[in-house]
Design a binder for this molecule. Structure first.
Ligand SMILES: Cc1ncc(COP(=O)(O)O)c(C=O)c1O
Length: 469
């Protein structure tokens, strides 16, 4: 192979390769690569190509080969070449794999019940901007380098203190790795688990599909473990033959209950006895409305639990800031996996978050938002009782969504499809023969809650389902 190398002539680099020892003629190889590049949209319309002489010299092949390849592609309509002018890529239809046939998001969402993020309209822009400005102003030049791959020390120290006081996590700054959201934390953790010999990981069933996919993508066998009204069925772990289990103990995703106290003790006992890991996804643990907050499970066995947190539900997913608090046995492997993944998360944003928390801005924001979310949740539950009394509302005390159990005769798929068509954004799931809607209240204004539920009731009635009893 003469190698993938840029052909830097006439100021033009072109990434092509020819294999002189291969069976296929050189002209065909060159044509094929250029054709593919143009079809896939890698070579854009109008892009100038190197002259035939320059490309031939660069690839160490005869000029005639390049002339023929260009001429063939021009004849096929992939290139435009005129005497005396540079040869350019023509306008060609791009061929991409068709997108999967899943219903996409509606073009415009009138009523947004999607369970995704904190209230994006309430992002504390002014306070964040001040934290960002001050962080950058005060940062030494060294802070603009790669820095500590596990995260900026100031943020890790601040997070250790915050997670200790707010979530009861036993955290040392040295055991915290800051990631690009919790999603990346799960990915690097998966790599570390594989290296340590874990091949199978239990996940809640039902559970968060994104994390399942991330784990599977990293080569782990994902083993569904059932969830009942008290959360994870810990007994089912015994036969599952897994080296770790990923759970949402503060607010089961998607059903919404907290893991019952005896189950909390049970899962920890299982992990200690089996030398296994618990991955604790505390995605929205800051929101608890009607009862005492439930602290993180991690504190029960810091040597066996990885605590996973995120700014996606407290501030905004767009920040892409998440963290893992690691037990000693995994700290080194996860830190290495994170370093190899991307050489560390953006430094300035980490410094800004550290400021934001230190100044009390996160606590202030959360206090304000808890009141707001609680009001919206109460409005939502009231509206569901009034307009959709046939559904059973569950998962109330925590988090940013409730679930609505549908009567057996209601078909989930058509209901969701019609809702999306009419601009009511929401998700649902089926589990154990029961269908449920997930109704998030973080991103729907108070004034729209009742209207959104009425719209949903109309859709349910229209689909033949009894909307009111
Ligand atoms: C169950 C669950 N875990 C974790 C996350 C957070 O992921 P990330 O921090 O990558 O945004 C979410 C976000 O919606 C979630 O629903």
């Amino acid at each position: 192979m003469s190698g993938w190398r840029p052909a830097p002539h006439l100021g033009l680099d072109l990434l092509v390769a020819v294999d002189r020892s291969g069976a296929r003629p050189l002209r065909e190889q060159l044509e094929q690569q250029l054709r593919d590049g143009i079809r896939r949209g890698v070579l854009h319309a109008g892009t100038p190509l190197p002259s035939t002489r320059a490309l031939a010299a660069e690839l160490g092949i005869s000029r005639g080969v390049v002339v023929e390849a260009y001429a063939q592609l021009a004849a096929e309509g992939f290139l435009v070449s005129r005497a005396g002018a540079v040869t350019r890529v023509a306008h060609v239809e791009r061929h991409e794999p068709s997108p999967p046939a899943v219903p996409g998001p509606p073009r415009s969402v009138r009523f947004d019940f999607r369970v995704e993020a904190a209230d994006l309209s309430a992002f504390p822009r002014r306070a964040w901007l001040a934290a960002l400005r001050d962080a950058l102003h005060d940062a030494p030049d060294a802070a603009l380098g790669y820095g500590d791959r596990a995260g900026v020390p100031a943020l890790r120290a601040t997070l250790a203190a915050y997670l200790g006081r707010a979530r009861g996590v036993a955290a040392e700054p040295e055991r915290i790795v800051v990631c690009t959201g919790m999603t990346q934390a799960v990915a690097v953790l998966a790599r570390a688990l594989r290296r340590s010999g874990v091949g199978r990981v239990g996940v809640e069933d039902p559970g968060f599909p994104v994390h399942r996919r991330v784990l599977a993508r990293e080569g782990l066998a994902v083993v569904p473990v059932p969830v009942d009204r008290d959360g994870l069925v810990v007994q089912a772990l015994e036969g599952a033959d897994v080296g770790a289990v990923l759970i949402t103990p503060s607010h089961q995703y998607p059903l919404g209950m907290a893991l019952a106290p005896e189950r909390r003790a049970g899962v920890v006992e299982w992990a200690v006895r089996r030398g296994a890991w618990i991955l604790e996804d505390d995605y929205d643990g800051e929101y608890r409305f009607d009862r005492e907050p439930v602290g993180a499970l991690q504190a029960l066995a810091p040597g066996h639990v990885v605590y996973l947190g995120t700014a996606s539900k407290t501030l905004a997913p767009g920040l892409r800031l998440g963290w893992a608090v690691l037990p000693e046995g995994l700290a080194e492997a996860v830190t290495e996996a994170k370093a190899l993944a991307d050489s560390g998360s953006p430094q300035i944003d980490q410094l800004a978050l550290a400021r934001f928390i230190e100044r009390g801005d996160l606590d202030r924001h959360l206090r304000r938002m808890r009141g707001r979310y609680r009001r919206r949740r109460d409005l939502l539950v009231g509206a569901l009782e009034r307009h959709l009394p046939a559904v059973v509302v569950e998962g109330l005390p925590a988090g940013l969504h409730v679930t609505a159990r549908l009567p057996g005769a209601w078909a989930l798929g058509p209901l969701l499809a019609r809702a999306w068509e009419r601009g009511v954004g929401l998700h649902g799931f089926e589990h154990g023969g029961v269908s449920r809607l997930m109704l998030g209240y973080a991103n729907i204004p108070e004034a729209s809650v009742a209207g959104g539920v009425r719209a949903l009731a109309g859709i349910a009635t229209g689909s033949g389902a009894p909307a009111t009893s």
